[in-house]
Each structure stands twice: as structure tokens, then as C-alpha cells.
Design a protein around this ligand. Sequence first.
Ligand SMILES: [Zn+2]
Length: 424
Amino acid sequence: MNCRHCHHELTHTFVDLGSCPPSNAYLDEKSLYGPETWYPLKVLLCDKCWLVQTQDIVHADAMFSADYAYLSSYSSTMLRHAEDYVSHVSARFGLGPTSRVIEVASNDGYLLQYVQQRGIPCLGIEPTHVAANISRGKGIEVIEEFFGASLANELSARGLQADLMAGNNVLAHVPDINDFVKGFAILLKPNGVVTFEFPHLMNLIRNKLFDMIYHEHFSYLSLHAVQSVFRSNGLEVFDVEEVSTHGGSLRVYGQRSDVMHHPITTNVASFLSREKDAGMLDTAVYLGFHKELQKIKDDLLMFLIEQKRSGKNVVAYGAAAKGNTLLNFAGVRRDYLAYVVDRNPEKAGKFMPGNHIPIVDEENIRNSRPEYVLILPWNLKSEIMQQLDYIRDWGGKFMVAIPRLESLSFRELGQRTEQDAAIF
Ligand SMILES: [Zn+2]
């Protein structure tokens, strides 16, 4: 296979997680009795542009189910982050009633609702029907299509060019990253700004966040790789900053390279050199990653076996992609984990892909009083611990498996959050 961005031949494997079903292919009770399709989950490294990317899969189009259930507004952390983002960029770039903001992958309007509240005209682009419809219910105009150069040309011809285009947590999800980024350059006004937020590959490696790897994430991005993709497609990075989402993300600011309106900040060179110092321009860091994962798997399995033998109950919280990668890689089934709780009512009553652990509502925790709740979306652990604070009434404990298996207390969490903020 050749690199999706620079077409260089890919000869290095970054991580091989075996096979698993697509992470959002939740099953209903009836489909438990039918066949389930598993796909290889292997991630390769390009040693020319440093784009880390999933291996191409035959029949990939059949992989994505239409009833994609992830809705950003279910997380109060994501909502607060979106509100802060809108406040920050509106002030920095002087956005107002004569500007236009376009968000690509606008989901359920979790972000554009704050743009709208400020009286700034906005437009969402979101291919998922359920999410697009929820946004429309908030009065946000949404185009229900996949984004790329072709849609950008069409919208541009209709005079819909943007002062600000946002693409948060979407750059990793697109198979044709060149065409996607080119679309932003086409749809941007000459002095306009694009921002992308994506989990930073440097943190993924450093903190062993391998559960962020799943089929729907085609790319794992460093600033070096993003700069290369931008440059080939009409954009130039002019600023970059760290944000705390998904274990440490980068927010990259780009502009049209034919205009270069915004001065390039010193942050760009500084982040590039931090990546270089962390070994991100050397294959050794990437190739040493896989052996770290085996320890996480072993520790989790040993913990679950010990609890089972001593008659204690372990349940999990957060039926999302991260949990599916971890549980399927570790080979955990419902004999070790009775159920997974999720706040999204559309998931309750379904089953996790691959491991078939039932997804239930939170009432089950109150009723069955488990000794341990394993938090799968570690990026939302603080929010989840507050929400489930009552498990302390019966001596219940919170656990996470990544970056290492450990029990969390509120006191420790406070300290760790401060540490995380320092690291990220
Ligand atoms: Zn490449």
C-alpha cells in the first residue's frame, strides 16, 4: 500500500490490533444470532511525510453503518469546549453579523449553536442524518453531505465562502485527506481562517492511548504530517496550540497559501521542534509502541480474573469506540464484564460489537451496586466520576485501564488533572 497523502510506499507497521468489527456497529438482540463482519485493524507509518494511517480494507464502504450513534451534545465536557472555542475565535478574528462560519462535521449542532447565539451566520455540513436533523431542530442550516473539493466548489459557486471554517475531530476520519483539505482552501475567503482539532499523535504514543485507534480513524496526526498535507493542498499553518480534548489535541490554524494574510507565529516552529525532540521524525519511536500495549492487555485481564474469582462485580461505563478497541483487543467478554452503561438512549438495549457485552442505562448501576466501574472514555473520567459519585455509598471504586490500570479517587483525580494539563 502507498501513503494516502504522499503516495510513498508504506513498509512499517505502527500497530497491529488483529481484527474487530467497526467500532460503531452496535448490534440489536436479533443480530446477535447472525454473522458479524470483522476487519483487520492494522496501522502503518509513512517514513516520508510521517502520516500514520490505517491499512486499506477491501469493501471499506460496507463498513460504516448508517445509524452512526455518536452525538457530541451528550458530553458536557465537549459542550464546554465548543463554547470556549467559539468565544476564543470570535474575539481573535473579529467575527460578527457580516461573517460566515462553516463547520464541517457539525454533528448535532453542539458547536454552531454558540456561533448562532452570537448572531454570526453559520452553516453546518454533516452527512449523518440523525445528527443533521437534531441541528436543524436548533435552527441551524445543515447540508447533509460528505465534504471534499467537489462540494466546496459547488458552495463557493453559490457565494458561500467562509471567514472561519472549523473541522474539529474530523481530519482523522476522512479517507481522502488531500481532497478533504483542498475543500477548505477552496471554500475559504482570501483572508479566512481554518481550524482543525485532532488528537496529537505525540500524546497518543507517549500516553499509550492505543484505544483511539479504530477503523473510522484513518489518520493519526502530527504537526509535521498536517503541515505537509496543508502545503500540498493550498493551505499554510500559521498558528498551533494545545487543547485538552482526547488526551491532548492540537488546534491548528491555517490560511490560504496564495494570500498568506496572517503572520506565522513562533508556536509553529516551537511545536515542530518539540515533535522532532520527541523522536517523531525517527521510525524507532513508532516501531517500539506495540509492546507497550501487551502490558495494558495483561493487566486488565488479570484484574478482571481476580475480581471474578473473589466474587466481585466489574461493570464498564461508556459504550464508545475507545472501549470497543480496548475490550476487543484484550478479548474481554461478558463473563468478565457484566454490562456497559451509556448515557445515549439510542444505544441502550444494544450490544457492543465483537464482544457482545450488553449496553444498559445507568439505573443498572444503582440496582446492582458493582464493586468496580471501569471508565472506558478516560478523556471524560472527571465528568463521569462526578455523575456516578453515588457509587461511593456502597464502597464502589472507579478504574481506568489506560495509560495503565489504576483505581481513581477524587483526590487523585484532581491532582492528575493538573498533571495532565501540564503535560498536554
Ligand atoms: Zn506519506
